[in-house]
Design a protein around this ligand. Sequence first.
Ligand code: NAP
Length: 504
Amino acid sequence: MNTNIKSQPTIFVIFGGTGDLNARKLAPALYNLYLEGWLPEQFALIGTGRTKLSDDDFRERMLKDINEFSRSGEAKEDKWQGFVPNVYYQAADVQNADTYQEFANRIKQLEEEWKTEANVIYYLAVAPNFFPVIAENLSKAGLTTDVERTRIVIEKPFGHDLESAKELNKLLGCIFQEKQIYRIDHYLGKETVQNIMAFRFANAIMEPLWNRNNIEHVQISVTEQLGVGERTGYYDGSGALRDMIQNHLLQLLCIVAMEPPVNFTAEEVRDRKVDVLRAMRRFTPDSVRDSAVRGQYGPGWIEGEKVPGYREEPGANPESNTETFAAVKFFVDNWRWQGVPFYLRTGKRLHRSASIITIQFKDVPHSIFPPEMADTMRKNRLVISIQPEMSIRLQVQAKRPGVDMVLNTVDMVFDYKGTYVAQAPEAYETLLLDVMLGDQTLFMRADQVEEAWDLVMPILNAWQNRASQNFPNYSADSWGPEVAEALVAKDGFHWFTIPLSSKK
Ligand code: NAP
């Protein structure tokens, strides 16, 4: 949510500098921020990991990663030469408290060179079991005391359940103030997700429609064509509900359902979002059975290629009970949304990859058209495509050209690619810049994370206590298990087809 100001002199310390997240997201994002002039003149990136590398080795790896993953394509020699002197590497085991003194020395040295104090951002791109030890060791080394200049960024997953999330919040809270803690949910940095707020709160015509009087139900689908692949080690202890619904999908729901904030400040926006989570109906063991379904993919074919089932993925438990698909019906019990179902679904190895929110409006109160004119007529729909297509479509009914009166559905479309020439930034670019600027609007506050865990815990507990009897229950390249269709069909609805234009 950056403005056009640049940040103070900044040092980024990336724990997990040799890892996949830094290679694919963080390094390209920082480089693109540099290219677009967002980085301050005095800027340094210190990558760290156990791997023994010199500064030059690390710079070379980073160049390779940027060339492969940056949205701006291969780095140009002159630009790279301008950026690379700011990049350093320090080998360190995060569990060894002594090595933190070396970070302190490096930071001090840079500040002396720059003749000014710098903001220092510790980015924890490492496995979650290291979050506590890094925070504690930073604190022991005296690196966390400046509350105005020191920030910590915590990657997903934030906790494994409500209890562990509370524990982590408590530990971080003993070392940092909340204003120093940036819990990443990268979905919130996506251009199209931020635009939902603009669409809702900068257009006067939306607000009168945005409630239970006009909206019949809401669907949020985040579907992936990819399988779990090599990541079964992580995924088997997680599953679709933890990995996607507890964070990304519930955050999307919050943006759709939130009340208008008084202003566009971090605390206001986050207060209104947490209000939604608080208002969400809690599940009982019985309502879990009626409202939540799960699936696991079996083998199949995707685009002519044979793909294994989840249990046959490398390193997978052949009897795994982990869900790779989840669909849940939620209700928000407040004046605006009483009785409006929010259906959320997510899964791997589905037919297409796409993230789409569909707002289904109610039918006209009375149709003046006879059935032969109106049999193709549909209720209005607002389709917000987050990825890969970036668009907002309002589906309305119109008269088909001709001498007869026949109605059909047409789209009024706002499409990013057709409207703007500039490339949208990657979510991590937006988020890293916001951390530098000290803007927490797009980051999860402690209470948001805990409310979201509290909401899904009854489902997690029920699923853990009751192993699924029929896994795998959907084949690769399908839209998920039949039980997911039944979840919406029993309310008289169906899952909306993901538009073909969303095909990867
Ligand atoms: P990864 O590829 O396995 O990288 C792990 C990093 O941790 C490596 O740089 C590794 O460096 C370092 N590391 C491991 N043990 C260490 C130790 N004892 N001391 C110092 N460094 C140590 O993992 P990743 O995919 O980048 O994920 C990192 C975090 O980001 C995880 O929390 C993950 O859930 C989250 N995340 C990742 C993605 C993604 O796309 N990859 C997306 C969202 C969230 P050495 O091997 O050199 O020690």
